[in-house]
Design a protein around this ligand. Structure first.
Ligand SMILES: [Ca+2]
Length: 420
């Protein structure tokens, strides 16, 4: 009897909880907070992850509990969509111009027809955000079973400009598979990798492998749950790109401005690690732009079309066997095709045959050294953009003119370089 009555009251409790959840969703009773994601090389804010805090009595105020009740009530997709919409409405207007907005998305929500297609792009544009500034964090409450379907849906979003992050990489059963199959722009390391990383060589080896993989596939790594300076230092030493956690900024209402204390934390942690701080502070990374990357085998005719279709396009990078080795500039290709019989000669040549070898520099190269390398080239190549590599992967290109401007504006008393 006792069993029966307690299970009855449990049932009544369940029904009550589902009602509370349904009401909270109807009324938009959720607080939207955001947590900064900080560049570990400059200390600057790269973006914010939007987090939702249901305004319900305990235990439904915990997002995970709320979502599990919503799941039982068939309201999970509704919750996911409502929270995301509110996050965009509330945070987009406050977002600093260069910052990205990271939004959590579950795989089932992604596969849901209502989430697909133009409406999400329209929604972010309505709040003044280009889709290029929005990154979906694919969470893994449930494992992905149909990667082909997820890839198809993601291809649509990515063609609109949205970025993709794999959340909690290294935790869920399929998170590593997602990292390989979905080729995200960002890999967010699960917080269990962070805890005590400074004293655990196995964790460091795992992070090192993920960083290497990421940088080879042109992705960036974000370490989550950083709470101590020792953890921060360990990630800087492992060349992790971004960090998130209580040490660098707590979740707060709205969008918090960059804190000088956080920048100082990163500068001094990098200093203790022997990373040339001044070189980092005057990083050339801020001057980079990402060029389109084309395969070495692309036909000359197609390359020409790229430049014709985009009048602002000045340079493309040519990738050969997984590495960017050469570039094609607008000036050069137009000159070639403009010659007599140019089209007949060059249309069928491959991109790599039309390209010129790139001047490749590491992202830690000081600006002055980069300028020297640019000017040491043959007169005809002196204006070609430089190709910047970070951790073995393409980080972008730099226009020589931007480099010169940067040097003219820099403090003339500053030492040229700590390291080449
Ligand atoms: Ca997340």
């Amino acid at each position: 009897m006792a069993f029966q009555s307690s299970s009855l009251s449990l049932l009544a409790g369940d029904a009550h909880r589902r009602n509370v959840v349904a009401e909270a969703l109807r009324d938009g009773a959720v607080r939207t907070v955001s947590q900064p994601i900080i560049s570990l090389s400059t200390g600057e804010i790269a973006g914010f992850e939007a987090l939702s805090r249901p305004q319900c009595p305990a235990p439904l105020d915990a997002p995970a509990v709320f979502l599990s009740v919503a799941r039982d009530a068939g309201l999970e997709l509704h919750a996911d969509r409502t929270w995301r919409r509110l996050a965009i409405e509330r945070l987009a207007p406050q977002l600093p111009p260069e910052a990205l907005l990271f939004l959590n998305v579950s795989p089932s929500s992604l596969l849901n027809a209502e989430f697909r297609g133009p409406p999400t792009a329209d929604l972010v544009r309505r709040y003044g955000l280009a889709p290029e500034r929005v990154v979906f964090e694919l969470t893994e409450e449930e494992s992905i079973t149909d990667f082909a379907a997820v890839r198809r849906v993601l291809a649509g979003f990515r063609s609109e400009g949205f970025g993709l992050a794999i959340d909690d990489a290294g935790a869920g059963p399929s998170s590593l598979q997602s990292v390989v199959e979905l080729r995200p722009n960002y890999i967010k390391l699960d917080r269990w990798l962070t805890q005590g990383i400074e004293g655990d060589s196995a964790r460091r080896a795992m992070v090192k492998a993920l960083v290497e993989f990421a940088h080879r596939t042109r992705a960036r790594v974000i370490a989550e749950g950083i709470e101590t300076e020792a953890e921060l230092e360990a990630f800087i030493a492992l060349d992790v790109d971004y960090g998130q956690g209580f040490l660098l900024g707590r979740p707060a209402p709205g969008v918090a401005p960059a804190s000088p204390a956080t920048t100082e934390l990163i500068t001094s942690a990098a200093g203790r690690r022997g990373v040339p701080v001044r070189a980092r502070a005057a990083s050339i990374m801020g001057l980079t732009f990402i060029p389109p990357v084309i395969p070495a085998a692309m036909a000359g005719e197609e390359v020409l079309r790229l430049f014709e279709e985009d009048m602002l396009l000045e340079v493309v990078a040519v990738e050969d066997a997984g590495e960017v080795t050469a570039i094609i500039t607008r000036e050069r290709i137009l000159l070639r095709f403009a010659r007599q019989y140019g089209f007949a000669v060059y249309a069928r040549k491959s991109a790599i045959q039309l390209a010129q070898p790139a001047t490749i520099i590491d992202s830690h190269t000081p600006a002055r050294r980069a300028a020297e390398l640019a000017l040491q080239r043959a007169p005809s190549a002196r204006h070609d953009p430089l190709v910047v590599i970070h951790g073995g992967a393409l980080a972008g290109c730099i226009e020589v003119l931007d480099l010169m401007r940067h040097l003219l504006n820099a403090d003339p008393a500053a030492p040229a370089a700590h390291a080449a």
